[in-house]
Design a binder for this molecule. Sequence first.
Ligand SMILES: [Zn+2]
Ligand SMILES: [Zn+2]
Length: 354
Amino acid sequence: MNEQSFFKLVMHGTRGTQGVSGPDHIKYGGLTTCVEVLSDKLPPGELFFLDAGTGFAHAIKAYMPDIVEGKIKVIHVLNTHPHKDHIEGTLTYPLSYNVPFETRTHFYGSKPPSGRSHKDVVLGQFDGDTWPIEQGLLNHRLKFTTLTHYPSQVFIIHPEGGFHLMDLGRLQDAEEVGQIRLSKKVVNLNECMVVRMKKTSHSNANCLSPRLEDRETGAVGVFCSDHEARSAPSGEIKAHFWEADVLISDCAYTRAQAVALTAGWGHGVGMGVIREALAGRVKSLDLTHHVTSSSDQRIDGEIRDEVNAAYEHYVGDEKFMEEQKLDKPTFTPDDIHMCHDGMVIDVLEAHLRS
Ligand SMILES: [Zn+2]
Ligand SMILES: [Zn+2]
């Protein structure tokens, strides 16, 4: 392995539904969802984020000196779906506006139930009624791609070959020969990061979960926000989570909240999250998308307790363990963490540890 290799996920926003602040939310924070991908596989001068909640606008502040100096050429943002908590950071993102910087921002996202394009959904926020600045005043360096058939689309990223969206078939062909043509350059697949996508279970939202595979080191991180495990783990979800070094999963609600109101809304509770993480043989689990009403005390109390109890339940359930062909769990309760704003998850380190 190259000594320069690195692969980290930075949790810039870990709150779901709506941002929050105040003395009950000091430890976990209140910025809405955003994860930054840090990897040596990214081309120099290019950044990569998952979701553009308010954590995205916050994260970009640290890069403003480099943006002003022209060192950042492109910022890629893969939005899991266009619910407000996942795109509202674009409203206060400095580069949404006509600023004199050359940096381009490329947003990728799925189609919502209305069938609108990703561009129409994101720019639709700038309507002049609920937001004072209208689309006509926005930066012309914003680019949008609607992922029309994303389970069979994939991103391939290489430090010299660039950042590319393509059909899965091209990856499959490349896997046979170990090489792929990216722009004008042929590169080894084992020097790339590959991002596959799968649809989550999130009411009628067309929400995607990215699985990021560092083909050089073998380290794998999965971001699965806005997902509700509703039945026995499917083969598809197991394959998507399979042996991930890090699974970042939605664990928004307590069981009582789910039973009373939120079941079917498409968010995680301890039992479902643990069941799928065990079935997918993940190595560590990081829980996010804390709902607005969850105080630090509830996240450390009820939610954490339910997660631990769910772990004990399934690991002690012989029938479940047998069905999943598990002799022993692939992670321990110590490998389960509650995400907070600003948390850095070292995926490569988790891979090398396991
Ligand atoms: Zn959400
Ligand atoms: Zn959502």
